[in-house]
Design a protein. Sequence first.
Length: 291
Amino acid sequence: MRRSILTGTIFIILAFLANTTQSVFGKYVDKSLSVEMFSFGTFLVAFILLLPIILFRKGRDLPTEQGRYHLLRAVTGITGFLLFIAAAQLTTLVDTNVLVNTTPIFIPILALLFLHQHIPRAVWIAIIIGFVGVVVIVRPDASIFSNPGNLVALGAGLVTAIEFLAVNHLDKTESPLTQLFYFLLCGVVVLGLISIGKFNSAPEWAYWMMLGTGLCLLAFQFLLIKAYQFAKPHEIGAFQYISVVFAAIYGVVLFKETIQLETIVGAILVCVGGVISITGSTSKSLPKTVS
């Protein structure tokens, strides 16, 4: 493995460790804070931490002519985060992280439907494999309505795929700091508005969890950016599925979760489908699957 790819791999593994840890914090505060309030606090912490960097650079990252794409990215990213945290509270960490990681499978479908882009045969195979894995995990029978956590996580994966398409467009003209600033700013405003009336007192430890999640959110974004400075998405993107392993460890050790056989089988299928999608999307006709 080339040194640059190895370095990129280390960064992306650390990025998805931070991403998975967010769901752990969200699960811990299940009964103490609403999803909206927890998410607002998370974005506020991340935004406050980002501000010194923006000020140090004297605001030169702020000018933009891509307002509508920043808004699209923000709306889908915020929705995806809300669904991600809600799913972690409703179902197991493994199921949550596997289904959220269906984004590389959704992206080609969205690219076909809305961007009219050609889908390579390998990617179609990936979509079918991934879909079978999703069915195995979600188990679409009558019981799904009594515990809709898996559907919520799947919704997070779909919404995040739209976000990644918006980011793919923004990458052409906008710096990572510009994207992150407007993403977090919109998050603070939107989540602040929808949290009105839902502010409630909570134990001190819940606010420390919120602080930790804000740090993880910022770390995830920066580590992912750093990873792709060393290697291309199709070279290291498959390592995003390490989050499933992290989720399994967290779930078993911290929450005494049991991992069902169908979850293991479904996770393998989704991961295989995602890997094929990432490696099969190297055609110029498809956007990057992870950004």
